[in-house]
Design a protein around this ligand. Structure first.
Ligand code: DCP
Ligand code: MG
Ligand code: MN
Length: 337
């Protein structure tokens, strides 16, 4: 299950993979978990193929590709597209929902609500819908936020953050996580993990929200702060940033991590999300619990429900968490499911 981003461009199945990835994106947004898993598996399996796969029989012979996906692969090869992506089979409303799902922070519920309320386009939303501040920014900067960010630019954003952070406290560290840490050639956003040896969450958050974030706003690097999502404990900040001299806004996420949790946070923030899901599932099967703070043992569950928090066995050491779970170490570039 290796994923080598550098091989992507000259992969013999790159066009097929590209179309399947669009489908994956669509199903991810509609929260169709089973299809998401099937598509991811198929895409990964295709990436490993040294030859171009053109028929359903060839596709079916690859482990990880089932009957339906094999049919789809043949269709993509024959037509260079998938019917499901064409307007002809989508109702107009489906397409609008898909467009609205691209607005920062909008889930399926919000997107269908807007459609039900009669909005039909982004300019409808902008002109007539009552939008929260982050939603408004999400619509205004729709095209900015939907563009992938070249790796080099992610690095540049990280460097600006690092300079500001270390200008305030030389012991603080900035690590770029997410798809960047997995080695991706382009990223959806800039994920910065911020930590400091010996520091608590409270200390890091105070420095970041009290000093660094305001400083980055006044220097013009940070452009907007976007509302925190519901499941947050004050350990993260979402916003938008732009490099000096540009007007292209990028999504940037800051994750504040106490020293004691850096290993677990690195695993969480490196992902990808499906890899995290499988690691957590494995922990659960072993009577443990893995979350972004640590690995816990002796967790009691009755019918899936946790009865106690368990006992923290590792939070600091990324490698040791793998080892305690019995998973051979996987460098970030190979953490894709
Ligand atoms: N994450 C997760 N589950 C989620 C969302 C995120 O475990 N539902 C973790 C894994 C991700 C990391 O957080 O790798 C960063 O989230 P992003 O949404 O920024 O995703 P990526 O950085 O992996 O991809 P992209 O290039 O699209 O930003
Ligand atoms: Mg990211
Ligand atoms: Mn992110």
């Amino acid at each position: 299950q290796e994923f080598d981003p550098s091989k992507n461009l000259d992969n013999p199945n790159s066009r097929t993979i590209e179309v399947l990835q669009q489908m994956l994106e669509y199903y991810t947004k509609t929260a169709d978990q089973w299809r998401v898993i099937a598509y991811r598996k198929a895409i990964n399996a295709l990436r490993q193929q040294p030859k171009r796969i053109t028929t359903r029989a060839q596709a079916r012979a690859i482990p990880g590709i089932g009957e339906r996906l094999a049919n789809k692969i043949e269709e993509v090869v024959l037509t260079n597209r998938l019917r499901r992506l064409d307007n002809t089979t989508d109702t107009r409303e489906d397409l609008i929902i898909q467009e609205f799902l691209g607005v920062y922070g909008a889930g399926l519920l919000q997107a269908s609500k807007w459609v039900a309320q009669g909005y039909r386009s982004l300019s409808d939303l902008l002109e007539r819908a009552p939008l929260s501040k982050p939603q408004r920014i999400g619509v205004e900067r729709y095209s900015d936020f939907s563009q992938r960010i070249p790796r080099k630019e992610v690095e540049a954003h990280g460097a600006v953050v690092q300079k500001a952070v270390q200008g305030v406290d030389r012991d603080m560290q900035v690590i770029i996580g997410g798809s960047y840490r997995r080695g991706a050639v382009t990223c959806g956003d800039v994920d910065c993990l911020i930590t400091k040896p010996g520091a608590s969450l409270e200390q890091i958050r105070t420095i970041m929200l009290g000093l660094v974030v305001p400083k980055l706003f006044s220097s013009g690097f940070l452009k907007a702060s976007l509302a925190a999502s519901s499941h947050q404990d004050g350990s993260r900040w979402h916003g938008a940033s732009a490099l000096p001299g540009t007007n292209l806004w990028r999504r940037i996420d800051l994750l504040f991590v106490p020293d004691a949790e850096i290993g677990a946070a690195l695993i969480y923030f490196t992902g990808n999300d499906m890899f995290n899901r499988s690691m957590r599932l494995l922990a659960r099967k072993k009577g443990m619990c893995l979350n972004q703070k640590g690995l816990y043992a002796d967790v009691l569950r009755r019918q899936q429900v946790k009865l106690n928090a368990g006992r923290l066995i590792e939070g600091r050491d990324e490698r040791r968490i793998f080892a305690l779970l019995g998973v051979p170490w996987r460098p970030p570039e190979h953490r894709i499911c």
